[in-house]
Every structure is written in C-alpha cells, then in structure tokens.
Write a protein of this length. Sequence first.
Length: 233
Amino acid sequence: MKKFFGKLENNNIIIDGEDLGHLAVLRCDKDEEILCFCGDEYEYRCKIQEITKKYAICLILDKKLCKKNPTKNIVLFQGLPKLDKLELITQKLTELGISKIVPFESDFTIAKKNINKIERLNKISKESCKQCGRSLPVIIEEPIKFNDIKEKLKDFDLILFANETNREITDINFNDKKNIAVIVGSEGGFSNREQEILLKDERITQIGLGERILRTETASIVLCGIVSYLTKN
C-alpha cells in the first residue's frame, strides 16, 4: 500500500507539501486506500476523499500500532561528518530501527554544524520511513560539543564506544538492555584527550570492529545494525 506523511485532524489526515506532490506522482485518485503516518506510534489506513492543488483530505478507516517501529531506544552519538555522509547514516539508521542521532563536534571534526542540515535530515528520515514501514522518524538533535556528551549518557543501560585503536571484537551482553548509546567519531576520529575521557568512564564499553579501519559512516551503520539485530529491535 502506498505510504504518506500527513497531519491528523479529527477523523481525517491532511496531506500537503511534498507528500502531496508524491501523491500526484504516484497518480493516486479519489476513493483510493493509502497508508498514512503522522509521526506517532500508529499507522492509519485511509481513503482519499478529496484532492486539491494545496492539500488532500483522507478519511481514517482504521488505525493500529505500527509493528515496525523500534522496540528499543538505541541512540547514535555521531562525530559530525560531512553532510552527504550524515544523510547516508540517517537513511540507513532509520531502516535499522535507531531512535535518535546526536551529532557532536570534537577536536578533529572537519565538518561545521549547520542548522539547515536538520530539516534536510528530517526529510530523509521520513522518506526512509515510507520505504521501511516505520511510522516514527529518527529524531535528529542539534549538534552538541564533545564535553556535553557525558551528561546525555547518564540514563543509558549500555554505552558502546567504537574505538578505532581497539581491534578486538568484544562480546557484549545485551540481555534486558533497552536504552543503548553508540558513540562513533567523525572522519578525523578522536583525539588522545577525548579517548582518555571516554575510557575513564567505567560505564562505557569500548568495542572494536576488526583489523580494518572503517569510514565513519560505515562504522555507524555496521555497529548500529549489529546492535539492532542482537537486541531484536
């Protein structure tokens, strides 16, 4: 069934903006049934009632919890990479069931934060939701400083630090872990100072991904994919 994002209004969903254009591209007609998401935990089976140049009105026929939404809270703390890499990470992590991405600036960060990126990344996550069937897009936070990470880590059951200097594949116990943080550096990696700060925290488990040095986008996608699989997320 064709999928769209819209706005919930009483017993209707209103589709406008780019999703209305998507509706036209797919040649959807009045009385056709479609599946709508509103950014909540539900998926809505709807019938198109009216299509105008500015919006489409869709009558809700049925709603149910979306079974393809994440069941665990897995959050990626991503060293700020160049925009095209962050777009790829956002797209793939939406498919993998990650809940949130928190970009951060570190000592060796090359890319600069740009507030316009967030809108672009939100759009990418929504498009990926349509492809994979989840109704809750990935939350993209505004970039933070490396020194602010510690405060944000306090409520996690498990914290994994992808340390490029560690080559060993670590055996992790994921039993009953529902709030998991994954920390991956940017293209330039972490400075010695930053590595020491992370490794001094007893709650943080450093993890290696083998002998080869992975690109930041590869490391994030692979590690989050492994965590999602092993937690049955």
